[in-house]
Ligand binder design. Structure first.
Ligand SMILES: [Zn+2]
Length: 502
């Protein structure tokens, strides 16, 4: 058999003729992932599988230096792509080669690789960056808490841009290795398992691993001086809680709440099925904010959550999010109900278990105390709008919607759905319509009218059928007694009174 010899130059020339560069189909990725509430959030054209963050943070100066190695796969032929970052990138390499960089918009880092990136072929992006997170303002606000002994990144719907470059939207989840060097005597807390820590010439490095897909806003970093408690769950998962040494009078109540995380998670496993991640815990830094946030495996709690004594209900809320919000994440921010409606309803179920008011009594109380002309009823939990993302109605009316569902389909179907949904959608994303379809498939009932009434109508629905028990019927005729748990649950509402958050 003869081989035909073709000069390489001839191939190149013919390819150029066949596929002129301008028509080769390599185009810039979009500057946003397509979220109608937050058009600039995330980016188009690629999907991240893993973030490797190697950081050094100096509490005295609030200077953060980092190298982020991002493993991603283009979902289109890319001539250019964006990352979201508020700090300053000093060098970007794509597949080892220096890339051209520019900034635009509120937090866009535009990366033009030396060689265009074909769809489907994995790429490695290395970003060297630095800056003072406390000096970064994006659209006029900050997700970074500067503390007397360090700093904390924990916010929703955005916080990543203050400490690492990313595709900053829950649709693009990835695994994380976070390695942070801080001065000896200071700790760095992040998500997942503390794999190792070591000290060298005055710096201690903490190596954290979160080995299941994690949304960027659920990644957290806290540097400061902490008291750390550790343990193991009955299933062998490592538990690590961290408390700022600076909590003052809130220290006892914070511990009396968060040290019950293992117990709470075990109870929630009975409702929702196996805990979805590799570690468990919580942390309380010395911040002045009032909210809590379900940062993956290790929720963030503001000290103020414990200003009136212990509050296990907020722990129930944040740990419930590990299934509802963290493992099953919103597809877009309009789907916030699939996080918050269920986390709030978990607090109602905990109240019922503790004998402090049943879910039905809490539902009755919300329904009775919100008059028909209360603006509360104008917020649609199924599509609240960006301005009302964390409105009380997303929580309380959102939980009422679940109690109405329970009344409609009965306990057996209802609790099968609560347990089945996190398994069906584990480590993925979903929208409200997906949940409605799932509830219909499990119950065999047509439920769109019920969900339309409770999630999408800007008015007070007619009283639903009751479900489950009522116990505390000691109120005067015509009045609904306030359930014992009401005040503690209401205290967790500060979560949505402080700007963005939980
Ligand atoms: Zn929440």
């Amino acid at each position: 058999m003869h081989r035909r010899l073709i000069a390489p130059g001839a191939i190149a020339a013919s390819l150029l003729l066949a596929i002129p560069a301008s028509a080769a189909g390599f185009e810039p990725g979009a500057a946003g992932i397509g979220d109608p509430y937050y058009p600039a959030s995330g980016n188009g054209g690629y999907d991240v599988a893993h973030y490797d963050l190697r950081l050094k943070y100096q509490p005295a100066t609030d200077v953060l230096e980092g190298t982020a190695t991002i493993l991603a796969t283009p979902t289109q032929n890319l001539s250019r792509f964006n990352l979201d970052l508020g700090l300053t990138a000093t060098e970007v390499r794509v597949n080892g080669l220096k890339a051209a960089v520019a900034t635009s918009g509120a937090h866009e880092l535009e990366v033009t690789p030396a060689v265009p990136l074909p769809k489907g072929r994995p790429v490695t992006v290395v970003v060297r960056y630095a800056g003072k997170p406390s000096s970064v303002r994006i659209d006029g606000w900050t997700a970074w808490h500067r503390t007397p002994d360090g700093g904390v990144a924990a916010q929703e719907p955005e916080s990543a841009a203050w400490w690492f470059p990313s595709n900053d939207h829950p649709l693009d989840k990835a695994t994380f290795d976070v390695s942070v060097a801080v001065p000896d005597g200071t700790q760095a807390i992040s998500n997942g398992v503390l794999q190792s820590q070591s000290s060298r010439i005055g710096w201690t490095r903490f190596n954290w691993r979160s080995d299941k897909p994690q949304a960027t806003y659920l990644a957290t970093l806290a540097v400061g001086k902490f008291d750390i408690t550790t343990g193991t769950t009955a299933n062998g998962l490592p538990v690590l809680n961290a408390y700022s040494k600076d909590l003052g009078a809130n220290a006892g109540a914070a511990r009396a709440s968060i040290e019950r995380t293992t117990e709470v998670a075990e109870w929630l496993e009975g409702l929702f099925g196996p805990y979805p991640f590799n570690a468990l815990g919580g942390y309380v830094p010395n911040v002045t904010s009032g909210y809590a946030l379900e940062t993956q495996t290790r929720p963030f709690y503001s000290p103020r959550q414990f200003a009136n004594g212990s509050n296990v209900s907020v722990v129930v809320h944040e740990i419930a999010h590990q299934w509802y919000g963290d493992s099953v994440s919103v597809e877009g921010w309009k789907d916030i109900w699939i996080n918050e409606g269920f986390a709030r309803y978990s607090q109602w179920l905990w109240s019922e278990k503790e004998g402090e008011g049943t879910a039905q009594e809490l539902a009755d109380y919300v329904y009775a105390t919100r008059a028909a002309d209360d603006p509360f009823w104008t917020v649609k939990p199924g599509d609240p709008g960006a301005d009302n993302l964390f409105h009380g109605a997303v929580y309380d009316r959102g939980a009422l919607a679940l109690q109405a569902l329970r009344g409609e389909i009965g306990d057996e179907n209802f609790f099968a759905i609560l347990k089945g949904w996190p398994a069906k959608r584990a480590h993925g994303n979903a929208n409200v319509g997906d949940f409605v379809a799932y509830a219909e498939s499990v119950s065999g009932r047509q439920l769109d009218a019920l969900f339309d009434t409770w999630l999408y109508q800007p008015s007070k629905p007619a009283a639903p059928a009751a479900a489950g028990a009522r116990t505390a019927s000691e109120a005067p005729a015509g009045r609904i007694a306030q359930p014992k748990s009401w005040k503690k649950i209401a205290e967790t509402n500060t979560i949505h009174e402080t700007g963005h958050h939980h």
